[in-house]
Design a protein around this ligand. Structure first.
Ligand code: HPA
Length: 284
């Protein structure tokens, strides 16, 4: 059996020794967005990543580094309060281990969130962007290496990564709440340095609307193992060259904090609406 799969099974057993909750929806909370897990998850059981054997732990300020299992509006969820990034020095295999584990725990949907830099000139700090597609060509593919047959096929299709049906549901949730939701393509770069203005101009020409240092590889791994994926990016700043001021992680966190009330409301509503939606579709 593949070493990666064995590691996943150990992590699965470690989580199962703490909770038998089978999540319907898994959520990954990005930079500055972690408060959702503290405030909106009922009957919460938290499991720090550091207590899961072989699990990568987050080193980034603003990322707490634990799973919170519980319910949101009665829907069973597993929430990642903080994720790990490639720039922290982990292999891509480790970066996507949580997404795979969430699938093994039973989650049918992976709902990804992040903070990003806005490239689309119509985007301002604090805007939310529904992720419609991604560009992952600047980071190593997380599926490189022997294919893990237990998880999925060697050459998975990526033509509908951010499920159109889930996108429609989230758009309706946002409209019901009166929360403005932009849409666009997210480009993942490795970081940790922010981009140069020339890189941002290049990404804009390639069709990216927002840029960040996470998410796309998690989405690839989740599609590989058959999860439905959706995502919302909080535009924390205008990207380099568009913004007139130097970029800082503090600014990213501050904007995300300010956006938090709208974000929490939108995610809660979307989780309930997605649960209703997936109970009506055949293919999950
Ligand atoms: N670039 C990359 N990642 C980011 C940015 C950015 O401008 N803002 C928040 N995450």
């Amino acid at each position: 059996m593949s070493e990666i799969y064995e590691k996943l099974e150990k992590a699965y057993n470690a989580v199962r020794s703490r909770t038998d909750l089978v999540p319907e929806i898994a959520l990954v909370l990005g930079s500055g967005l972690g408060a959702f897990a503290d405030e909106r998850v009922d009957n919460a059981v938290s499991v720090p990543y550091s207590e899961i054997e072989g699990f990568p732990t987050s080193t980034v300020p603003g990322h707490k580094g634990r799973f919170v299992f519980g319910t949101v509006g009665g829907v069973k969820v597993a929430v990642m309060q903080g994720r790990v990034h490639y720039y922290e020095g982990y292999s891509m295999t480790d970066v996507v281990m949580p997404a795979r584990l969430l699938s093994m725990l039973g989650a049918k949907v992976l709902f990804l969130t992040n903070a990003s830099g806005g490239i689309n000139p119509d985007f301002g700090a604090g805007d939310f962007m529904l992720i419609r597609d991604h560009i992952a060509s600047f980071v190593p593919n997380p599926l490189i290496g022997a294919n893990i047959e237990q998880l999925g096929t060697r050459f998975p299709d990526m033509s509908n990564v951010y499920d159109n049906g889930l996108c429609d549901v989230i758009k309706k949730s946002a409209a019901e709440l009166g929360v403005e939701l932009k849409e666009g393509v997210y480009a993942q770069l490795t970081g940790p340095s922010f981009e140069t203005p020339a890189e941002i101009r290049m990404l804009g020409k390639l069709g990216a609307d927002a840029v960040g240092m996470s998410t796309a590889v998690e989405a690839i791994a989740a599609r590989h193992c058959g999860m439905l994926v959706c995502g919302i990016s909080c535009v924390a700043n205008q990207a380099a060259g568009i913004s007139k001021t130097p970029l800082t992680h503090d600014e990213v966190q501050e904007t995300a904090n300010q956006a938090a009330p709208r974000f929490k409301a939108l995610i809660s509503e979307a989780v309930e609406d997605i649960s209703d939606y997936i109970s009506t579709v055949q293919h999950v």
